[in-house]
Write a protein of this length. Structure first.
Length: 261
């Protein structure tokens, strides 16, 4: 196994999170490619894990905190580590050490870039991006937000501890109409998928809905709201992880619009 930098050869594979075999992933559109085109000039780094046969089985993406969804300075933020674990497509690459190798490579990289530390977010539940896994790699919890934990590995003392950004505004409601507010950053293919499914679910109800879309890859917009990726139907936030099916979102929208005549 070896860790390589993202090259043009593998960009399309990266954009679909190594799930080029999946028809479902196509629902995410080209948002990640557009986000990558913007962020690769702002310090975004991507590395891939390649097995001994040359197949790509894992990826990590990270960028300076100053252009991320985390409030921090002089550190880099891991957006996600993903080792392909489905039997479909390229197969299951988990439990082979790819995740640890990717994280170690990212740590060495940002050290050389002069960062004071590397930050990662994790869930306290045993799902994707487990906080407990990062703790085993020497990371310490520095902030909490719901089920999420923010973890830091310091290389040199950090002057200001990184923290989650927090929502500071609520979407506007409109008398007589359903308000749908879509906040999309672009870095997460799964979130992009939910964004597109929600837009599809509005079909036929446009006269009863007021839609607002926010591109939070624009830091000013993200800082204004304190939101990275989220979907609000009126003031109720849609749970987007794991991505809800289109039919579930459609039924929710149908039920909500019935209140408005």
């Amino acid at each position: 196994m070896k860790i390589i930098n993202l090259s043009p050869q593998y960009e399309n594979l990266y954009f679909c999170c190594l799930e080029d075999w999946s028809d479902e992933i196509k629902e995410a559109g080209n948002h990640k490619a557009c986000w990558y085109a913007k962020m690769k000039h702002k310090g975004l780094r991507v590395k891939l894990a390649q097995d001994d046969n040359g197949s790509i089985g894992g990826m990590i993406q990270y960028l300076p905190a100053e252009v991320s969804h985390i409030d921090g300075k002089d550190v880099y933020v891991v957006l996600c580590i993903w080792v392909h674990g489905h039997k479909s497509g390229r197969g299951n690459y988990q439990k082979r050490g790819m995740g640890k190798a990717l994280l170690k490579a990212a740590e060495e990289d940002v050290r050389e870039l002069g960062a004071k530390g590397l930050v990662a977010w994790g869930l306290w539940l045993p799902f994707f991006m487990r906080a407990s896994w990062f703790k085993k790699q020497g990371y310490k919890v520095v902030d909490k937000l719901g089920m999420m934990r923010l973890l830091l590995k310091e290389f040199t003392p950090v002057t200001s501890m990184p923290c989650f950004i927090r929502q500071n505004k609520k979407p506007v409601l409109y008398p007589g109409k359903l308000a749908i507010s879509l906040f999309k950053n672009g870095w997460c293919t799964a979130q992009n998928m939910v964004y597109e499914r929600t837009k599809r679910a509005m079909a036929g109800f446009e006269h009863k809905i007021v839609l607002h879309e926010y591109d939070t890859s624009d830091l000013l917009i993200q800082q204004e709201w304190g939101i990275c990726d989220a979907i609000f139907i009126d003031h109720a936030e849609l749970r987007t992880g794991p991505p809800p099916a289109y039919k579930k979102i459609r039924k929710l929208v149908e039920r909500k619009v019935k209140r408005y005549r």
